[in-house]
Write a protein that binds this ligand. Structure first.
Ligand code: ADP
Ligand code: MG
Length: 364
């Protein structure tokens, strides 16, 4: 993942920093809900994105923290920590606190969120406390909500269910009576939701996402090539060769790892059809979840979906041919969002832009 933290803007006046500042200046004492700094956060299982209103996405880092097991100290967060995955010396553990779409490790999640927010908020010279909207899994418990509220450490924190943010981000007409289906395939989870009239009508989540494809590839390499590889290598194979339907032509790549028999480093050549077989099981779990969700969908909305189709988003939707496979299996039109890795945070950004239209999807 790329890190896109803009450098702090050295400046003497507010107007230079925020293009919206002068718009606000004529009515500084307006008793409104619109504060000076507005921030959207997508705390994903694989990646955390932060968007600042008027600026766009300013931070995009892996949701990983490196933790010293003996002291509990955090040694690194984000990209720095992801680079340590599978390479950590004894005693340092790379933790993914959001792993299964729930907050698996409160303490680390809290530190991570605070760290990312500080990176964004500290560089702004605004004295005003920012408003932050955080996307949360739709099945979040009250305890988890409290953890998010506490960890953000900001005065005004609102939450939006992730599928709703995703649907807004991909441009679905969520506030109309027309039913829309959005499938968000993240790192740890796949979330399928039907949305109408500003609410989530049905929502199914499974703990299968891109990570599970990586694990399937690790197993495949071990079984078929006696080659031991780490998850980062498996992810690279998935991104390069992964597909849900036959490719024309099939592709190949060299993969380095450790030979299980000799214990020595070795290189093997892997092709895309093998990788497709390897990931077939988790892919069909996703397919089955979509089928179940369609069965749960009220008939009126199902007919909307038949007409308007399904939108796929999340990094996992970038597996080549997944849309095709879903189309073949469900008979419904399917499209992949243009920028599936950012749709949730962009959706949240739209809520910031248009509270009047989307404000009712927020919770505290
Ligand atoms: P989350 O919202 O859970 O943080 P993301 O939407 O950021 O997850 O997606 C991360 C997942 O997408 C990871 O499993 C990653 O390997 C996968 N991914 C990213 N790019 C691609 C790609 N080009 N092809 C296949 N999978 C991808
Ligand atoms: Mg996500």
């Amino acid at each position: 993942m790329t890190v896109a933290i803009k450098p702090p803007v050295p400046s003497s006046s507010e107007a230079e920093i925020d293009p919206g500042a002068d718009r606000r200046r004529p009515m500084p004492r307006r008793r409104g809900w619109r504060p000076a700094t507005e921030i959207a956060v997508d705390l994903g299982t694989a990646n955390t994105l932060v968007l600042v209103k008027g600026e766009g996405v300013v931070l995009n880092e892996p949701s990983v923290a490196a933790v010293d097991q003996s002291t509990g100290n955090i040694m690194g967060i984000g990209l720095e920590a992801k680079r340590m995955l599978g390479r950590t010396p004894d005693g340092i553990l790379a933790v993914r606190p959001m792993k299964d779409g729930v907050i698996a490790n409160f303490d680390v999640a809290e530190k991570m969120l605070r760290h990312f927010l500080r990176l964004v908020i500290d560089r702004s010279i605004f004295k005003v406390k920012p408003t932050v909207i955080v996307c949360v899994p739709s099945g979040i418990t009250e305890v988890e909500r409290r953890a998010v509220r506490d960890s953000a450490g900001v005065k005004r924190l609102l939450m939006v269910a992730e599928p709703m943010a995703a649907a807004i981000g991909v441009g679905l007409p969520v506030e109309t009576p027309v039913g829309s289906m959005v499938i968000d395939i993240g790192g740890g989870t796949t979330n399928i939701a039907v949305i109408a009239l500003g609410g989530i009508v049905c929502d199914a989540s499974i703990r299968t996402g891109g990570d599970e494809l990586d694990q399937a590839i690790v197993q495949f390499m071990r079984k078929n090539y006696s080659l031991l590889i780490g998850e980062p290598t498996a992810e690279r194979i998935k991104i390069r060769l992964g597909s849900a339907v036959p490719l024309e032509p099939e592709e190949e790549m060299d993969v380095k790892g450790r030979d299980l028999v000799s214990g020595l480093p070795k290189t093997v050549r892997v092709d895309s059809s093998g990788v497709r077989d390897a990931i077939q099981e988790p892919v069909s779990r996703i397919l089955n979840a979509v089928r179940r969700a369609l069965e749960m969908t009220p008939p009126e909305l199902a007919s909307d979906i038949l007409e308007h189709g399904i939108v796929l988003t999340g990094g996992g939707s970038l597996i080549r041919g997944l849309d095709q496979l879903l189309m073949d299996e469900t008979g419904l039109p399917v499209r992949v969002d243009d920028d599936p890795l950012t749709s949730v945070v962009r959706g949240t950004g739209r809520i910031l832009d248009d509270f009047a239209r989307y404000g009712n999807v927020l919770t505290t």
